[in-house]
Design a protein around this ligand. Structure first.
Ligand SMILES: Cc1cc2nc3c(=O)[nH]c(=O)nc-3n(C[C@H](O)[C@H](O)[C@H](O)COP(=O)(O)OP(=O)(O)OC[C@H]3O[C@@H](n4cnc5c(N)ncnc54)[C@H](O)[C@@H]3O)c2cc1C
Length: 390
């Protein structure tokens, strides 16, 4: 059996690893001219590490990740600590470590790619669409190249061309807030392993330490979609003026050209990820707002589940239907939970925020842990060894 994967992001690479593990020949087509990722961090929860272990990439990703240790939630622009805990308690409940670790995205895709032979990936191929013909699936690329296989996996992100061919090219849904991200040197007053989100009114600031004495930060602000500034670092600094230390320092010490800005988007859950021999995974299937830090983690879970269903069923169409039946409820719940959580987190009225912050202070240790565990405690399950029918 041969598979084509479109997109060489977290989902595409994880799918390629998983499919190869069950004996399927894989080619990954990527639009960019080389393996690439944005200059930001990503948090990976225990469920992602379990899935990575199932595809043999756990050790490589652990080697470039920094486990979170002390976690803190603050309000009033970071001036009031609401709750603080160590991840050791979560690890006990999860029965594994790390409960949460942070990795630079470039390090993550490099760690995944190192498990694939170089001949697996073809760069500089922009997919225009994919369709099923009989029992085969055909992919078309810009420039006229086509390729066909028994199965095509669309792992080409939130604006997926594979998805557009199946479901139409509808724009993703704007969540009402934009997000700056950056990576800078870790200041001496910030301990390695620190992980926090600090809330204000219509604004949030997140801090997570990375390997190599680096810090990944993210900063959200309400506003209309499509806003851009000539100097995004200056715009972020103005939006977070007066916040507790080290917020101003983290922004100021990030090179101006390295500050990223993205509007926060998702897609309402739609079950139609598989048509014939073409299937969607990761953000192409279920793009979520990043409030629970689970979008990439669920993409890795998808890879394991997809490979397991394909290896268990000789018939591609029924394997894909089983895959969607397994994955849709969990991913749809995350999309909806995350959107609701982000809506509350981005409130900006003075009274509403005070009330919210008090309630969060009282409830967070219990409700927050339950919510974290709902996603992080999941084990997508092991892969079977290659089966004869594949
Ligand atoms: C601000 C922010 C913070 C986040 N934080 C976290 C977090 O902490 N933890 C977490 O788990 N998730 C997080 N996420 C979500 C996470 O980034 C995504 O869920 C994850 O990147 C999805 O991976 P993917 O491979 O499906 O898509 P992508 O990462 O978008 O990769 C798609 C790949 O396909 C390629 N491609 C696109 N179109 C084509 C085409 N037509 N032809 C060929 N190739 C194509 C792209 O170049 C890219 O390489 C965050 C998201 C945002 C926006």
């Amino acid at each position: 059996m041969r598979a084509i994967v479109v997109g060489s992001g977290i989902a595409g690479l994880a799918v390629a690893l998983a499919l190869r593990r069950v004996g399927i020949d894989v080619t990954v087509y990527e639009r960019a001219s080389q393996l690439t990722e944005v200059g930001a961090g990503i948090s990976l929860w225990a469920n992602a590490f379990r899935a990575l272990d199932h595809i043999g990439a756990g050790a490589a990703v652990r080697a470039v990740s920094l486990p979170a240790g002390q976690c803190e939630f603050r309000v009033r622009e970071g001036h009031k600590v609401v709750t603080s805990f160590n991840t050791a308690s979560l690890e006990r409940q999860l029965g594994m470590a790390p409960a949460l670790a942070i990795v630079h995205r470039a390090d993550l895709v490099a760690a995944l790619a190192q498990g694939l032979p170089a001949s697996t990936s073809r760069y500089g191929y922009e997919c225009l669409g994919a369709e099923t013909r009989g029992s085969r699936a055909i992919v078309r690329f810009k420039g006229g190249h086509t390729d066909e296989a028994d199965i095509v996996v669309g792992a080409d992100g939130i604006r997926s061309a594979v998805r557009a061919g199946r479901l139409g090219a509808a724009e993703p849904r704007y969540a009402g807030y934009t997000c700056w991200r950056g990576v800078c040197r870790r200041p001496p007053n910030l301990d390695a392993g620190y992980f926090a989100e600090w809330w204000g009114r219509g604004r949030r600031f997140g801090i997570a330490t990375l390997t190599g004495d680096r810090v990944y930060w993210w900063a959200t602000r309400n506003g209309p979609p499509g806003g851009r500034a000539a100097d995004e670092r200056a715009a972020a600094a103005a939006a977070f003026h007066g916040w507790a230390d080290p917020v101003p320092e983290l922004i100021a010490s990030t090179p101006a050209e390295a500050v990223l800005r993205n509007d926060i988007l998702d897609r309402p859950p739609q079950r139609i990820w598989a048509v014939g021999s073409v299937v969607l995974v990761g953000d192409a299937a279920h793009a979520a707002t990043p409030n629970f830090g689970q979008g990439g983690c669920l993409a890795i879970e998808d890879a394991v589940a997809l490979a397991r269903h394909i290896s268990q069923r000789g018939n591609t169409a029924s394997a894909l239907a089983d895959f969607v039946a397994e994955r849709f409820p969990r991913t749809a719940a995350l999309v909806n939970d995350s959107r609701r959580f982000g809506w509350v987190a981005q409130w900006e009225g003075w009274f509403a925020c005070r009330l919210r912050d008090i309630c969060f202070g009282l409830l967070l240790p219990w409700v927050g842990t339950r919510h974290v565990l709902r996603y992080a405690a999941h084990d997508v399950g092991p892969l079977q060894h290659p089966v004869a029918s594949v």
